[in-house]
Design a protein around this ligand. Structure first.
Ligand code: PMV
Length: 328
């Protein structure tokens, strides 16, 4: 009744922002992402008849049952318990190898790992598609951390039809995401709350009208492995996402001055001939997107940026998997 899973976070090239259905986390639009090799959550789950309530420890800190984090984990465990016909409470211990809550999508890796560890500990044997649907109920973007490599989340319009699939395995394309960490400060507004504001932007209908064709365009670019076209589109998409956030009520500004500095540097480096582009999520850290051959030149330049606190170099990765090394 004990199982451990390790799951990657993922970076969306075409972003998920806004929900058709809040409870089922059915997104307004599809999204495209890549699993990240160096942003990982490991989670061990053990169900036990001796526990009176679920216990949660994340990165060495235990969360009381009435905390937001524990509430979300228990709600997710309840879904798995219901499916497995199980009433036992669980001990959950989770470890991130990167800062959480700063826009590096720790909820994606966290809920992917929790889903797979808890399902295995409960004795459920579920298909990849079923695991992706389940992970989505915990955190939307978590459904994309289940399949391998480059992934598409098919938005669907029901629980059954909304899940993620692998488009290409990790070794299909040598894309690298160098995460430039500029601060480990936690974000003020969670992406769950931010997403609720998406529709209040007057530009949201414009975004939705453009997104279907945009997904088709990026899939064509990925099929051709056309990096400059890919980078241009990914960067423009990030700007468009932030245009929605900036113009929502409440208006959301996730960037720090350091984030903007890096975005401007990326454009400067590009003008100087370095093929690098950026994307940004709900946080201050900037994801620098390039191909593997460019990484040494890019990291050289980043060394000279005083605002940079940490660099995390990610290659495309496989999705969630069960491992034998339990955390307790
Ligand atoms: O799954 P959530 O609620 O953490 O939302 C993720 C939102 C973005 O990171 C901004 C976009 C995305 O598709 O990952």
């Amino acid at each position: 009744m004990k199982a451990t899973a390790v799951a990657p976070s993922n970076i969306a090239f075409i972003k998920y922002w806004g929900k058709q259905d809040e409870t089922l986390r059915i997104p307004e639009n599809g999204s495209i992402s890549m699993n990240l090799s160096r942003l990982l959550t490991t989670t061990t789950v053990q169900f036990s008849a001796e526990l009176a309530e679920d216990r949660l420890t994340i990165d060495g800190q235990s969360y009381p049952p009435d905390s937001i984090q524990a509430g979300r984990v228990t709600a997710h465990l309840d879904r798995i318990r219901r499916r497995a016909g199980l009433s036992e409470r669980a001990s959950v211990v989770s470890q991130n190898n990167f800062p959480s809550g700063t826009g590096l999508s720790s909820s994606a890796s966290a809920f992917a790992a929790l889903t797979v560890a808890a399902a295995a500990a409960a004795g459920l044997r579920l298909s990849e598609r079923e695991l992706s649907r389940l992970a989505r109920l915990g955190s939307g973007s978590a459904c994309r951390s289940i399949p391998d490599g480059f992934v598409e989340w098919l938005p669907g319009d029901s629980h059954e039809s909304s899940y993620a699939v692998s488009l290409y395995p990790p070794d299909y394309w040598d894309i690298v995401d160098v995460v430039a960490v500029v601060s480990v400060e936690k974000k003020e507004v969670s992406s769950t709350r931010g997403q609720q504001a998406a529709r209040s932007s007057p530009f949201f209908p414009v975004r939705l009208a453009r997104i279907g064709p945009k997904i088709e365009t990026i899939k064509g670019i990925m099929a051709r492995r056309d990096f400059p076209a890919f980078g241009e589109l990914v960067e423009a998409e990030a700007i468009e996402l932030h245009a929605i956030m900036l113009t929502s009520t409440p208006s959301l500004i996730y960037w720090f001055p350091e984030s903007l500095k890096l975005m401007r540097l990326v454009r400067q480096w590009r003008a100087e001939g370095l093929p690098v582009y950026f994307t940004v999520n709900t946080g201050q850290d900037v994801h620098l997107i390039c191909q593997k051959s460019v990484v040494p030149a890019l990291t050289d330049r980043l060394q000279d940026v005083p605002e940079l606190q940490q660099m995390i170099i990610n290659e495309p990765a496989q999705g969630v998997r069960l491992i034998d090394a339990h955390l307790f």
